[in-house]
Design a protein around this ligand. Sequence first.
Ligand SMILES: Nc1ncnc2c1ncn2[C@@H]1O[C@H](COP(=O)(O)OP(=O)(O)O)[C@@H](O)[C@H]1O
Ligand SMILES: Cc1ncc(COP(=O)(O)OP(=O)(O)O)c(N)n1
Length: 259
Amino acid sequence: MKKVLTIAGSDCSGGAGIQADIKTMTAHKVYAMSVITALTAQNTTGVYGVLDAGADFVGQQMDCVFKDIFPDAVKIGMVSNIETIQMIAAKLKEYNAKNIVVDPVMVSTSGCALMQPDAMDTLISVLLPMGDIITPNIPEAEKLCGFEIKNVDDMKKAAEVIGRNLSGSVLIKGGHLTETADDLLYHDGEFMWYRGERVNNPNTHGTGCTLSSAIASNLALGYDMKTSVQNAKNYITGALKDGLDLGEGSGPLNHCFNL
Ligand SMILES: Nc1ncnc2c1ncn2[C@@H]1O[C@H](COP(=O)(O)OP(=O)(O)O)[C@@H](O)[C@H]1O
Ligand SMILES: Cc1ncc(COP(=O)(O)OP(=O)(O)O)c(N)n1
């Protein structure tokens, strides 16, 4: 059985973070493991509290996983501070981790900062270059490229600028552009569009976490990057289309739909 590790924050309401990752990985029939960087008190209406696990404890969890059940892929989500980012990078290097997917989580859709602003430079210089693929949404990509992204042409320019300093691929997710749900992959110097039917569903809590975990699961299963992204795109569209409606705000996805 293939094994996938998520390094991310916990979402007690089960829609995003570690919980979304484990549900996604399990739906892909891979063995899921988790290193928890922070606990969040959140639900479909917002994020109400964050308790950091601390860099040392993150490192200890990574040691336990890598020394015993070596993962075939690693997904990294919420990492809130400089020390934790440095610890994760050092451990990934120490264990020579493979198939690294970095979702540069910065702010929740509800507007809560999930990464301390002073950690941005470390994220960019230390963690992003370790990714085989990074998966920013539009606001995150804007922070990384330094200009506004208003349309698909801007997405292309941003992917090129962000990808310039990286050896891995860049997937800019188009969920925050209004008319389409088209994602753009910049891979080996080439662009590839993943056209997505925009699903009329306001319940999008955890879409980014789910997509990145699905990519990691597919890489672990042995698919190449382009196919992994396509399979993950199909998965997220299916999970959105299912139309689960829970909670009073932007609800979670259903991972129990037929793949
Ligand atoms: N309403 C929607 N219909 C179809 N796909 C969507 C919709 N909203 C988001 N997606 C897809 O979900 C994935 C996550 O995108 P996005 O919402 O931009 O990221 P994040 O959750 O990190 O903000 C992308 O593949 C995006 O195209
Ligand atoms: C613990 C935790 N991690 C990440 C997120 C953000 O999830 P994401 O799928 O990127 O997007 P939204 O759910 O905010 O739309 C989170 N909320 N909590």
